[in-house]
Write a protein that binds this ligand. Structure first.
Ligand SMILES: CC(C)(COP(=O)(O)OP(=O)(O)OC[C@H]1O[C@@H](n2cnc3c(N)ncnc32)[C@H](O)[C@@H]1O)[C@@H](O)C(=O)NCCC(=O)NCCS
Ligand SMILES: Nc1ncnc2c1ncn2[C@@H]1O[C@H](COP(=O)(O)OP(=O)(O)OP(=O)(O)O)[C@@H](O)[C@H]1O
Length: 198
């Protein structure tokens, strides 16, 4: 089974992914892939510089992530420009990794894709698992984790579909507002129902 793991920024996807990793389930992380495809020397990074200018590069030639983040999380048109450049590269690399795992006999694969719904990738997975959280909890955790102001955190949250929309498209939802143990119990129950674990 290929499980699409998604949610919203700071809803707890990486936290749940770590729990899945403890179960030895292979995980393809879109955010990590998004870093690989923009490494110095890649065509994708070149296209980003052509679109946004040298200001989005650090001296050593790597992407200035906070700088590009500030641009795209506040300007939807520029976010679309970036997405049109980077999403095809991310998609290609994720499918390459998925096919490699399947060829090597993987029975279950987790694809951790924050923008699964926004990028309309539902057809790449069998079941969709959404990690959801109350807005005030999400805002607090995001501000604390990334040391962001409330407005910066809200700009990032509003750049994605609302969680209640994603819950509608889910085959299962984990409500990540309480303790990590509560989240883990919900996860294991869902994996047993899907016969991913005994
Ligand atoms: C703009 C970038 C450079 C900012 O990097 P930074 O290290 O500050 O943030 P990071 O990559 O950790 O992203 C944090 C979270 O922001 C959200 N996010 C990232 N990109 C986007 C986007 N284009 N639209 C909406 N939300 C996004 C995701 O929930 C992600 O988990 C980076 O987010 C990026 O390359 N985004 C484009 C690639 C992408 O769409 N990634 C999502 C994969 S599905
Ligand atoms: N149940 C929980 N209780 C307390 N803190 C939590 C819980 N779940 C997650 N967190 C914390 O909230 C923050 C966001 O969680 P996490 O990084 O897993 O979210 P994410 O969905 O992967 O975020 P992003 O989309 O930015 O990658 C982290 O600092 C994490 O340690």
């Amino acid at each position: 089974m290929i499980i699409g793991l998604t949610g919203s920024i700071a809803s707890g996807k990486s936290t749940v992914a770590a729990m899945l990793n403890e179960l030895q389930l292979p995980i393809i992380d879109a955010d990590l892939v998004a870093r690989v495809v923009v490494e110095p020397g890649t065509e994708t990074l070149q296209q980003i510089v052509e679109a946004f200018g040298e200001e989005v590069l650090l001296e050593e030639g790597t992407l200035n992530r906070p700088k590009l983040g500030d641009i795209i999380f506040h300007e939807p048109a520029k976010r679309k420009t970036l997405n049109d450049i980077i999403h095809p590269a991310i998609r290609r690399e994720m499918l390459r990794q998925r096919d490699e795992l399947l060829e090597n006999g993987a029975r279950h694969i987790i694809m951790d894709i924050p923008l699964l719904f926004e990028s309309r990738l539902q057809h790449f997975v069998d079941n969709i698992l959404v990690v959801s959280v109350k807005e005030e909890t999400q805002l607090r955790r995001l501000m604390e984790r990334n040391n962001l102001s409330e407005s910066e955190a809200k700009a990032r949250i509003s750049s994605q579909l609302p969680l209640f929309e994603k819950e509608k498209g889910a085959d299962a939802v984990i409500y990540n507002n309480q303790s990590l143990e509560s989240t883990r119990e919900q996860l294991h129950k869902i994996l047993r129902i899907w016969q991913v674990v005994n």
